[in-house]
Write a protein that binds this ligand. Structure first.
Ligand code: GLN
Length: 488
């Protein structure tokens, strides 16, 4: 097995045993990136020199016999909406093409303390709006399993980089499914934690009440390992929750006998492709074999989640995006004669079509006369969805659904039909609206492309998610498969 195919805990063993050095490891990833990046296109910015510098420091620590933090020397990448001090952070938008943040996001500081090695910043749909990376200003990322297919989005770069062995793990953000859907399309593990568990300080906001930073890893153990490093209260994020963080690695092997799993029938509705349905039903059978009880149940308001999301998301975006005015930072049209035309030209030229569409929809639903009919109504239905979850978790420890209704689609297949693009989030958005944690794990393949299974738990029950995901992973081998990329 090549180094780039290994997990973080396997690589840590090699580092501790001094079978490889951190510099060698980083160099092997740089070589891997150079060989496959022309096909995959996951990175927007590479930070090779910084990475090698950090790896050197880790090697010096090893040489001095110091204790190594858990992610020391492990090469990773960050979605390009996570603020990195001195490293360009673009949100894959022309608006921020040359923006260099003056501060690190809290998760970046935490990974730095854990001595992880950042290889660079990863591609995404512009400002995290999309399901395929096709809205990126820098062009799309390709799915490593089949480069004619999309990697999903908006965190397509992080998902593809982990699948292609261009990073051991990556961080992304999930507002309506942007970690879980690309994880499912690329055959990796993607976790959206509980809202408030991981600090959003330094995450460039799309829709603040839904956005959450989470992880992309090759397996569930790595997921627990990385979550452990980034979780926890942060006074810099007012929505961060002060709560003790459990040891996620300790719970992985917990027996899941007697676990009560509910399967919301609304999310197994029409529109689900046969291959996905078959794989998820097989996964259900596996859970029963493992001693869990699985039952069909109802989430009566789940069918309203998508329209609610596409009102609340744009409303928050239209307000958040007022900051991109050409004055404070980012792109500015330099030919405008006066202030108002400078705003207009800057925003017209700096944002792509999908971002403008959402700003306009958001402005509309918040405008007087429409506010009550749309925004307020959406907030009320959001509460009903949250209550569906509260009721569900009185009877079940976990809910189980497909992550997506189909395997990865081809480029261009949905760009002309926005509704079909938006429908991609039908299984994932409810978790964001309710703030609950959810994970996508590989559960099969169809036509050479991965299929994902979603597990959802009550707030702060990441431990339950992880032990159930680990139990499934332990008796299947989907997470061990790696795409075959030609390379240079
Ligand atoms: N695909 C969804 C959208 O287009 C979700 C995005 C996200 O989670 N950031 O909004």
């Amino acid at each position: 097995m090549q180094l780039y195919e290994k997990t973080a805990y396997e690589l840590r063993e090699l580092l501790l045993k001094k079978e490889i050095s951190a510099v060698e490891l980083t160099n092997s990833f740089i070589e891997r990136i150079e060989s496959v990046e022309q096909d995959v296109g996951s990175y927007v910015t590479l930070t090779k020199d910084k990475a090698l510098e950090k790896a050197k420091q880790v090697d010096e620590k090893i040489a001095r016999g110091e204790e190594l933090p858990p992610l020391a020397g492990i090469p990773m990448g960050l979605k390009d909406n996570i603020s990195t001090l001195g490293v360009r952070t673009t949100c894959s938008s022309k608006m921020l093409e040359n923006y260099i943040p003056p501060y690190d996001a809290t998760v970046v500081e935490k990974l730095d303390e854990a001595e992880a090695v950042m290889l660079g910043k990863l591609n995404m749909d512009e400002f995290a709006m999309g399901s395929s990376t096709e809205t990126s200003y820098f062009g799309p990322t390709k799915n490593p399993w089949d480069i004619r297919a999309v990697p999903g989005g908006s965190s397509g770069g992080p998902a593809a980089a982990v699948a292609a062995g261009e990073a051991v793990f990556a961080l992304g953000s999930d507002t309506g499914g942007s970690i879980r859907q690309p994880a499912s399309f690329c055959g990796v593990v993607g976790l959206k934690p509980t809202y408030g568990l991981v600090s959003r300080y330094g995450l460039l906001a799309y829709a603040s009440s839904l956005d959450q930073i989470g992880t992309f890893t090759k397996d569930v153990t790595d997921c627990a390992l990385v979550l452990q490093q980034i979780a926890g209260y942060d006074p810099k994020d007012s929505t961060s929750v002060s709560k003790e963080v459990p040891n996620y690695l300790d719970v992985l092997k917990k027996d899941i006998k007697g676990l009560r799993i509910g399967v919301p029938k609304e999310l197994f509705a029409a529109g689900l492709s046969q291959d996905v349905e078959k794989a998820v039903k097989e996964a259900i059978a596996k859970y029963e074999e493992l001693g869990a009880t699985v039952e069909e149940m109802s989430m009566p308001h789940a069918m309203y989640a998508l329209p609610v999301y596409y009102v609340i998301g744009p409303a928050e975006c239209s307000s958040n995006f007022a900051r991109f005015d050409g004055v404070r930072y980012g792109y500015r049209n330099k030919d405008a004669e006066d202030l108002v035309s400078m705003y207009i030209k800057t925003r017209s030229e700096g944002f792509g079509a999908e971002v403008k569409r959402r700003i306009m929809v958001g402005t509309y639903v918040l405008s007087s006369g429409c506010y009550e009919a749309y925004y307020l109504k959406a907030l009320k239905v959001r509460t009903l969805i949250k209550q569906d979850y509260e009721r569900a978790f009185e009877n079940y420890d976990l809910l189980l659904t497909p992550t997506t209704t189909s395997i990865a689609f081809k480029f261009g297949e949905k760009t002309d039909n926005l509704i079909s693009m938006y429908l991609n989030d039908v299984c994932t958005v409810t978790a964001n609206l309710a703030g609950v944690p959810a994970i996508s794990i590989p559960c099969g393949f169809s036509k050479g492309l991965p299929i994902g299974l979603q597990l959802i738990a009550k707030p702060f029950a990441e431990s339950t998610l992880l032990s159930a995901a680990y139990a499934f992973e332990s008796c299947t081998d989907y997470h061990q498969k790696r795409p075959q990329l030609g390379g240079k």
